[in-house]
Design a protein around this ligand. Structure first.
Ligand code: ADP
Ligand code: MG
Length: 275
């Protein structure tokens, strides 16, 4: 069974320790939600997993099928089957969504002569087009987006659609989606959730990172984890997210936050926004 294992991960940003021993295992076919108050280190975890240069893993491991990805370049991580949303958040003038998807698929695929049963085999233009159409159908998206330049003038929701389509095309083994954007509204969350739900097939392992407590209205993770001050302080099932929705983070921060995380009471706006 394939698994993504985060083992006693410590990480610093600008010399300050943000992750203080994170342990989390996502197995093939499972959907996990990582929740937690603003500033608890959720995006730091995503950034460390993607190999962002500003975030330093100081100890611990992140194992993908037994191999420590922290020693790999971001490209290698992608070739191993890891997908991290916001890998390419920038707009690329002159590159259409269709071309971008073809290029990113090409970057992670392998020719059959290198590997008799490649996990993602090289595709001809025609085969790629068929894959793209299949995934558009799966996600119930139309083709109008394909000819537009990536992210140029895209709304928050359109960026999410492009990202979810990229994930569907790349067919990762494990996906980490950090729903951190200021553009994240209920619409965007719905797009992501429906996209993730459509791609659940018993093969894909997903870690959805969100502050948004009503996540469960849209996506049904089997496992929920709560990160506070750089540590996972609670693990549970969907009921844990419901509990957070009812009670907010106040109690959990008081209990586990120490002095590191100031408590900001949730308002209607901050409950809907994420950090
Ligand atoms: P979350 O996503 O849970 O809201 P973050 O991982 O974004 O939390 O932030 C955790 C802590 O790390 C915060 O105190 C934040 O200020 C700090 N931090 C995150 N990224 C950076 C950065 N690039 N430079 C400096 N500090 C950072
Ligand atoms: Mg964040």
């Amino acid at each position: 069974m394939r698994e993504l294992v985060i083992k006693d991960l410590h990480a610093t940003v600008e010399g300050r320790e943000i992750l203080k021993g994170v342990n989390l295992t996502v197995r093939q076919g499972e959907t996990h939600a990582l929740m937690g108050p603003n500033g608890s280190g959720k995006s730091t975890l995503a950034s460390v997993m993607m190999g962002h240069p500003s975030y330093e893993a100081t100890s611990g491991e992140v194992l993908l099928d037994g191999e420590n990805i922290l020693e790999m370049s971001p490209d290698e991580r992608a070739r191993k089957g890891l997908f991290l949303a916001f890998q390419y958040p920038m707009s690329i003038p002159g590159v259409s969504v269709a071309n971008f998807l073809r290029l990113s698929y090409g970057a992670v695929s392998k020719p059959e002569e290198d590997d008799p049963e490649p996990y993602r085999k090289k595709l001809t233009a025609r085969e790629f087009r068929a894959l793209l159409n299949e995934k558009l159908g799966l996600l119930k998206m139309d083709t109008t987006m394909l000819s537009r330049y990536l992210n140029e003038g895209f709304s928050g929701g359109e960026k999410k659609r492009a990202e979810i389509l990229q994930m569907a095309v790349l067919q990762p083994r494990f996906a980490v989606l950090d729903e951190t954007d200021s553009g994240l509204d209920i619409d965007a969350l719905r797009i992501v959730s429906e996209g993730v739900n459509a791609q659940r097939d018993g093969e894909l392992g997903t870690l959805v990172i969100t502050h948004y407590q009503r996540l469960l209205d849209y996506i049904k993770p089997e496992f929920v984890h709560v990160l506070v001050a750089g540590r996972i302080v609670k693990n549970g099932g969907p009921e844990l997210a419901l509990e957070l929705e009812q009670k907010g983070y106040e109690q959990i921060i008081k209990e586990y936050g120490g002095d590191d995380v100031p408590f900001e009471p949730a308002t209607a706006e901050t409950a809907a926004a994420t950090s």
